[in-house]
Write a protein that binds this ligand. Sequence first.
Ligand SMILES: Cc1cc2nc3c(=O)[nH]c(=O)nc-3n(C[C@H](O)[C@H](O)[C@H](O)COP(=O)(O)OP(=O)(O)OC[C@H]3O[C@@H](n4cnc5c(N)ncnc54)[C@H](O)[C@@H]3O)c2cc1C
Ligand code: FES
Length: 348
Amino acid sequence: MKSFTLKVTEIIQETGDTATICFRQPALKKVVYKPGQYLTLKVYINGRRYFRPYSFSSCPGIDAELKITIKRVPYGLVSNHLLDTLKPGDLIEVLEPLGDFVFDTDAHSAFGHVMLWGAGSGITPLISIARYVLHQTSIDRVTLIYGNRSYDSVIFSKMISEMQECFGDRFSVWHFHTQVFVEDSDPFRVKGRIDPAMVLGMIADAGDLRDTLHFICGPAGLKDSVKQRLAAAGLPAGQVFSEDFEVEKDLSALRDIHTQMVNIAYEGVERKVEVVRGNSILEAGLDARIDLPYSCQTGHCTICKGKIRAGEVKMVGSQLKTESLLPDECLLCCAYPLTDDVDVMALN
Ligand SMILES: Cc1cc2nc3c(=O)[nH]c(=O)nc-3n(C[C@H](O)[C@H](O)[C@H](O)COP(=O)(O)OP(=O)(O)OC[C@H]3O[C@@H](n4cnc5c(N)ncnc54)[C@H](O)[C@@H]3O)c2cc1C
Ligand code: FES
């Protein structure tokens, strides 16, 4: 896998807990990406290596610089470290752009309406897709449905307003605010959580739902409610895409998993580690200071692919991408030992 070293040029404070990190494109080996993809940052904290993916908030073909936008996660190790320590001039190593939560010009340009559903930091890939579609395609309509606590926590509020002015009827925005809500007469400013039924009701009035393409980036509740509504309305699943920022473990799926010793082989070294019930084999390996390769931890990027040399594992994850796996392979970030003789070898 290719990697790049990028130089931080500027840090823009977006809201109280969110900032955009701008990087200069390398002079020779340019970083080529699609709207919706992410960069994986390699970060060292107290001598230990961490990888964290961050979606591009910049737009390919429009922004000269590469940008990611990071929101502090309470007690989060890497997000707080980056926001507290990064400064212009710093160099940071990143993996090549990854992800298939993308607007694909060839496959998607025939649709008439792109709908973007997001909450909090989930706006990052969506703003890149919105700007790309508006600037680089002739698609008629883009609708952003964006949920936040209050107006103060709206990331990119100025850019969103400018886009509304610049693109007029082609770009509309619904703001949903759960906590602090300022009453006004704007029907697109709604109190409460994102209400897919309300939004889709208005869309159906205005046009044909069959002509829409949907990108969802936010908590599981938002993803599930939008998908359910779209499925109930008969929209094919192939017109709906979603991205998970957070690993949400389904504990009920781990009922038959127990704490086990697992053998992990990586770069010619064999180590037996304790995989405590509830931890994935990847988490246990990282805690044991084995520098295993990984990025998303949601089962999608496949960087953590491993070969099962003995025993049985159970794979649990909301975004599991298993199509490219052989019968004796697994994704270590979503793999839990089912038997007491598991032996895996990291493949990347
Ligand atoms: C494909 C992808 C793209 C992403 N893009 C962005 C982005 O553009 N901007 C951005 O700010 N983040 C993004 N993330 C999330 C980011 O990679 C980190 O997971 C996040 O910054 C937390 O890392 P941490 O080390 O601070 O927290 P950790 O120390 O890893 O976690 C601390 C605690 O917070 C919980 N947690 C982890 N992530 C989140 C989260 N996102 N929200 C709420 N709770 C969480 C964990 O379950 C844990 O309990 C993306 C994640 C993925 C998989
Ligand atoms: S780290 Fe991405 S699939 Fe496991």
